[in-house]
Design a protein around this ligand. Sequence first.
Ligand SMILES: [Fe+2]
Length: 289
Amino acid sequence: MDLSVLTSPAEFGVFRGSEAAVDRLEDFYRRFGFVILRDLFPVDLVDRMETECAAAQNGVLAGTVPERYGSTQYLDDETKIEKFVNYVEHVEEIAPAVREAATYPELVTVIRRFIGENCWLSDENRIGVVYQDARPGKESGYTRIGWHSDWQASPSLDIWPSVAFTFHLDGTSPANGFLRVVPGSHRWATPAPYRNVNNVTVPDDARSTGGYTDTPPPFPMALGFEKIPGEIPVYTERGDIILHDAYLWHSAARATDDAAVRRHVRSGYFNGDREKYANRYQFLKNAAR
Ligand SMILES: [Fe+2]
């Protein structure tokens, strides 16, 4: 057994800025389906993202930015956008630091290494980049999300493989919520969600499975928040970037501290024919409650 990845639990999957180009990073990603990039973004870039995203969020709530930026598509109760804004879509258009981060050369180099030179950032024809503010308070329409792979959201589009990124403006913990992943699950042939908790209809032309091998998962994907054998928490520090494969099984745990906040910027790079799927981004809702 190769023990080189087993440095310490705290460092499992963590790669510092200067290590971003090393083979070990790619080996880890191929094997486990995710990595954490630490100290890649300059501190001032993270600070600017925070300031600009907060302004965009306030703009949506106050109605001072166009409706296009406010999103209800992931909310558990769409009326809640009148009280609180959990999401700002296309935030890169009104937050220059977000565009700078999403196209940061060292980051793009790593992503190209994972999924190919011709990959492209989710753009204006799709959801673009999303600012996400999760909190457990009553006004919030997003507190956690159930097990899924991102591929399952659009199983009939030929835009895979894909790498999802999250830029963490808050470090994560059980107190404010955190990502749960099943390392290696990106290699399983995961079925499209023909059964899902929100009873969303899966398109007829959906691929039946998504993953890097034809090996079926050893057990069905849980529909909600159940414990999955082999799952681990992925905790972050402020400024960390999580990259995970679109075939990876993941979910997000709800915060235990009612006053806690978890904010990040997220989107992804995709493959395939960019123009063919312009304006066609499916979203099969996952278990948000
Ligand atoms: Fe996801």
